[in-house]
Design a protein around this ligand. Structure first.
Ligand code: NIG
Ligand code: FE
Length: 415
């Protein structure tokens, strides 16, 4: 039986399906692979030699010849702070000169410096700034991105950020999923009264955000000196009651019990985890919570990396993301994150590729939709100009992405 299609990819030297049932090894590699899509969804995956008897491409359908290159799912970057105004290059220079990230934050810099700039920006300004960043995200091969609020810290400014995220999605090929992160920091007006600020988040911000359907997820910076486990629990529980699925900045600078809280609440993910304890790791595995590791942050702040092997060897699902933000990790590049995961956290190349695609989708509750190249998922793929997939982390610091396809359409380079 031949299936009708409006998009056909041929000539993949290696097609990484991410389904071990479809091809070789943990990445399900089909050598000489091809793939067809219809209406944005994948309808057929197989060997190029089978295309003629399997697929009927519409006359006005689009064909893409990968010319022997590597084809894989677009990256799913499940943790970013894409939307913000201003920049913090002076803080970057101060850190190089020896100042600590939290020391800078305590002096009113850090997140609060970005809050100040973001409060002064209009929605349109935020959209314009973020759209340029989103272009970089796309050019580096990410087709699905999570983006958080958290630089507004008033009800109106948090809503402004989330509205900017919503406005970004429409004309842009990258699929953006919004997280409400009002509990990202205690704003200056509530200094010394984190509980009072949590009241505002719970009683005013969450109902307003949920009422306008501006976010799918709720996140808290659970950290010593920011929000405690009890405060984070209050926020995430209120979010859950309003249909926002919990995620968590957990155990980044200290072991504060964030991983355990993520497990208790059945969060989609616990993120950072540089300092996670053994009990926290076990709890994540038992609760099926994805551990999202952000090695770009450890790299950029000069911190020890998260113990990726401890998570993997305990059977925890591990995702990788950029944490793209102006303070602790200013990069949109998932390829670089994969290299860091391999060289600094000793993840295998295969583990890192799964973590940057399918497991990122798990961290967003989207694993049946994106993150792998199998029938019925969205046809989101990238063509990499490398001879085999081991070159992805191996030749590092350059962009291997040659072509990006989102929902069965070539979106980069622009047609
Ligand atoms: O994930 N840890 C908290 N939030 C961000 C940093 C945001 C910033 O520095 O602006 C993070 O690293
Ligand atoms: Fe973050």
């Amino acid at each position: 039986m031949t299936r009708p299609a409006d998009f056909l990819l041929t000539g993949a030297g290696e097609l990484l399906t991410l389904d071990p049932g479809l091809g070789d090894g943990p990445l399900g590699v089909i050598r000489g692979g091809a793939l067809a899509a219809s209406g944005g969804r994948i309808v057929w995956v197989g060997k190029a030699s089978q295309v003629a008897r399997s697929v009927r491409l519409a006359r006005d359908g689009q064909e893409l010849d990968a010319h022997g290159r590597v084809v894989m799912p677009g990256f799913v970057d499940s943790h970013s702070h894409l939307v913000f105004a201003g920049s913090r290059e002076r803080e970057f220079a101060q850190r190089i000169a020896g100042a600590g990230y939290r020391e800078i934050a305590a002096a009113g810099g850090g997140i609060l410096a970005t809050v100040e700039a973001t409060r002064h920006a209009t929605t349109d300004e935020l959209v314009a700034l973020s759209a340029r960043r989103l272009d970089l995200v796309l050019q580096h091969g990410t087709t699905t991105l999570e983006a958080k609020s958290g630089y507004g810290l008033t009800t109106a400014d948090e809503i402004k950020m989330l509205e900017a995220i919503r406005l970004l999605q429409d004309p842009h090929p990258v699929e953006v999923h919004a997280t409400f992160c009002g509990a990202h920091e205690v704003p200056p007006e509530y200094r010394g009264d984190a509980d009072g600020y949590v009241d505002l988040v719970v009683n005013e911000m969450i109902p307003a955000v949920a009422g306008k359907r501006l976010a799918e997820y709720c996140d808290v910076f659970c950290e010593e000196g920011v929000f405690s486990v009890d405060q984070a629990r209050r926020v995430l529980t209120a979010g859950l009651a309003h249909g926002l699925r919990p995620k968590l900045h957990a155990d980044e600078f200290s072991a504060s019990g964030g991983a355990e809280l993520a497990a208790e609440l059945g969060a989609l993910s616990a993120d950072h985890l540089l300092r996670a304890r053994r009990d926290g790791i076990r709890a994540l595995r038992e609760a099926g919570v994805t551990a999202t590791l952000l090695p770009g942050t450890a790299f950029f702040l000069g911190l020890p990396y998260a113990p990726a092997r401890a998570f993997l060897d305990a059977g925890v699902r591990v995702a990788l993301a950029t944490d793209f933000n102006p303070g602790s990790s200013y990069t949109p590049n998932m390829q670089l994150v994969i290299t860091l995961a391999c060289t600094q956290m000793r993840m295998t190349v295969e583990e890192a590729i799964v973590a940057a695609t399918l497991n990122g989708a798990w961290a967003l509750g989207l694993a049946s939709q994106v993150g792998a190249l199998t029938a019925e998922r969205w046809c989101d793929l990238i063509v990499l100009d490398i001879p085999n997939y081991l070159h992805l982390p191996y030749l590092y610091g350059v962009n291997h992405v040659r072509t990006v396809v989102k929902a069965g359409q070539i979106v980069w380079p622009p047609p």
